[in-house]
Design a protein around this ligand. Structure first.
Ligand code: CR1
Length: 660
């Protein structure tokens, strides 16, 4: 008997149930897992045990799904990513399977609350820092890893023969807190408590290095860089060996030339680029495949998604380091570069002047580097950006020469995260008074939930009738948090530790959200889609996916801000020549900061009179609600299921494969 008086029932049922929706049967099944679980003492049934047993019950009931692709041997897609930003696996799984209510009821029968037990999980998250006036600043990437996880969910939803490969980091997560000494990051040993892992003892592949303890080892030190490179190679090599071994195991034997008709590999940004030379190297070394054949297999298998145009974010590896660590792979990369240069000179002499920026190996002293994005662009059969404007920039400015290979697909979009609302709404509902009332009360419930959480975390109480105006982004100058902070100087709050679970509460609870990056800099943005989908109005620049969101939902319900991408260069010049007169409120806000009211901040130039418009709209409740409803209605195209269906058709050439 546990201290809290809860105990498991005495009978051990005979077996687990496949995907039942009957609460009584589920309760029996959970009990079965409590009894047979070797991780906890059998007499306890506290929230930890309940969580573990529930997760195992759900996991086992999904077991059959893992096997069904083996039989038909269809073409598979493998998504390679150095990051997967998962939310709560249990809530996610039962939500997606539509068995949330059944499990909640079953747990009730056993004396537990579903909401309470899911709190047991350490929430997979990236590294948040601080929220000022609901501006949440994160370090590290958010979108890239979150997309990877959403994509896996969508692959499952769409019954696609597809999966992901990533690393099992020991310390994948960082809790972040602010102390008087500054920001502190604590590594979280998240693996301690994961009922979702299944170890496959029979699958072991030799990879030359394995020192991979931390997600983003400090890039500042050489050893940190080396470790990161080793992690990347480890991911690529082990994953490809696994894929190749499955390919060879197929019935009826194999020939290498049919590999690309059985396998598609998608590289999530350049982090897994070493998959390119590794896919050349493995069959050439192990099976004596010739260069031409290996190149053909590789280029027909690999596709690449670019996530950024910022020069400092485009990965480059030191040539000497690569030669030391991966000499054979460097030989292959060098050969690909030579081939590429010759091909451009041969077929497009008019583009030869672009080669210094397009070639893979940049030999310029003192730091000769390998440009990973260029290697991907040269070798992948399809390259895509993550929003229309971004794909256009890639083609027009960054990778001009790639148009040799046909245009990169330009219509790839991302993710969505539904918090409070269903999706079967039509625009005709937007004016319906009853529907507006329901909408308002759903929003109010989400705002109260968020307010109560903020109050727990910070002790601050927030009036649920106020306008909830949110900006959540990793810290970067182009995202212009400083601009927002200056604009927010006379209105403010505090929050911490942003992660997927916080997002699930924060986004539905928001009414206005800031996406004000300098136009042309944000490849896509992903939270903009989630906010808009949840009926939160966007104030934003014509940048990344904002452009398409505005197009979809209608320009009259998007608060447009700032200059267009094509105006930015002129404005920069203008500012350089000191011809630019900032709004006097910039000066006032800066004065206020200098007075020491917020500690010692550094800053840059403020939201304009747009805010007056926003507050006027917000006070007109009917108008605001209508805009909020229309925002959700217009966001259908940003659901990740749509994106993945498009990838499956246009890039991977794979088909749905239904569970019998
Ligand atoms: C981009 O900055 C985009 C995400 C997901 C980021 C952001 O605009 O929404 O990718 N890029 O596509 C990135 O993390 C390493 O590059």
């Amino acid at each position: 008997m546990a201290e809290n008086g809860k105990s498991s029932t005495e009978k051990v049922p005979a077996a687990a149930h496949p995907l039942t929706e009957n609460p009584t049967e589920i309760a029996t099944d959970i009990n079965y897992h409590v009894k047979l679980n070797t991780h906890f003492s059998p007499f306890k049934f506290e929230p930890e045990q309940a969580f573990f047993a529930t997760a195992e019950s759900v996991r086992n009931s999904m077991g059959g799904h893992f096997l069904y692709f083996v039989r038909d041997n269809p073409k598979h897609t493998y998504y390679f990513s150095m990051e997967f930003l998962q939310g709560r696996a249990l809530t996610n799984a039962i939500g997606n399977l539509g068995i949330e209510n059944a499990y909640a009821e079953a747990l009730n029968k056993l004396g537990h609350e579903l909401e309470e037990i899911v709190e047991q999980v350490i929430n997979s998250s990236k590294k948040p820092v601080l929220v000022l006036n609901c501006i949440i600043l994160m370090t590290g990437n958010g979108g890239l890893g979150r997309i990877a996880s959403c994509f896996l969910d969508s692959m499952a939803t769409l019954n696609l023969p597809a999966g992901g490969y990533g690393l099992r980091y020991k310390y994948g997560l960082f809790k972040q807190r602010n102390t008087k000494q500054g920001q502190e990051e604590i590594a979280e040993d998240w693996l301690e408590f994961s009922p979702w892992e299944v170890v496959r003892y029979d699958l072991v592949y030799p990879v030359r290095f394995f020192i991979y303890a931390v997600l983003y080892p400090g890039d500042a030190t050489e050893s940190g860089k080396l470790l990161r490179l080793k992690q990347q190679f480890f991911l690529c090599s082990a994953s490809l060996q696994d894929i190749i071994s499955r390919f060879k195991d197929q019935r009826g034997g194999y020939t290498w030339s049919e590999f690309p008709s059985k396998i598609a590999v998608q590289l999530n940004d350049t982090h897994p680029t070493l998959a390119i030379p590794e896919l050349m190297c493995l069959p050439m070394e192990d099976e004596g495949l010739g260069w031409d054949e290996a190149w053909d297999v590789t280029t027909r298998t690999i596709a690449y998604t670019n996530h950024t145009v910022l020069p400092e974010a485009l990965e480059k590896w030191s040539q000497p380091v690569m030669w030391k660590l991966l000499p054979c792979h460097m030989e292959i990369i060098e050969e690909i570069d030579i081939m590429f240069l010759a091909m451009v000179k041969d077929t497009r002499p008019d583009l030869e002047y672009k080669l210094p920026s397009m070639c893979i190996l940049d030999h310029n002293p003192p730091k000769p580097v390998v440009r990973m994005a260029n290697l991907c662009v040269v070798s992948a059969h399809t390259v895509n950006g993550v929003a229309q404007l971004h794909s256009y920039t890639l083609k027009a400015e960054l990778f001009v020469v790639t148009s040799l290979y046909g245009p990169p697909s330009s219509k790839i979009r991302l993710t969505a995260l539904l918090g409070g609302f269903g999706f079967a709404i039509q625009s005709s509902f937007a004016d319906d008074a009853n529907f507006q009332d329901e909408w308002a009360s759903a929003k109010m419930a989400s705002k109260r939930r968020l307010a109560s959480n903020i109050s727990c975390v910070t002790g601050e109480s927030i009036d649920p009738n106020s306008l909830y105006d949110i900006q959540v982004k990793r810290i970067h100058e182009y995202k212009r948090q400083l601009l927002n902070i200056l604009g927010a100087i006379d209105r403010w709050y505090l929050f911490q530790n942003y992660n997927v679970s916080v997002a699930e509460m924060l986004i539905p609870g928001s009414e206005l959200s800031q996406h004000i990056s300098t136009a042309g800099m944000e490849a896509s943005g992903t939270s903009n889609m989630k906010f808009a989908l949840n009926g939160c109005l966007i104030i934003g620049t014509l940048d990344g996916a904002n452009v398409e969101i505005r197009e979809e939902i209608g320009e009259e319900i998007f608060f447009l801000f700032g200059a267009r991408a094509d105006e930015v260069p002129r404005l920069r010049k203008y500012q350089e020549n000191r011809l630019f007169e900032p709004d006097p409120r910039f000066e006032e806000a800066k004065q206020y900061i200098r007075s020491g009211a917020f500690g010692s901040y550094d800053y840059k130039p403020l939201l304009d009179s747009l805010e007056d418009v926003i507050y006027r709209y917000f006070r007109d409740r009917k108008r605001w609600l209508k805009m909020s409803i229309l925002s959700t209605v217009g966001c259908g195209k940003f659901i990740s299921d749509q994106t993945i269906a498009q990838y499956a058709k246009e890039i991977w050439n794979i088909q749905e494969c239904r569970v019998p």
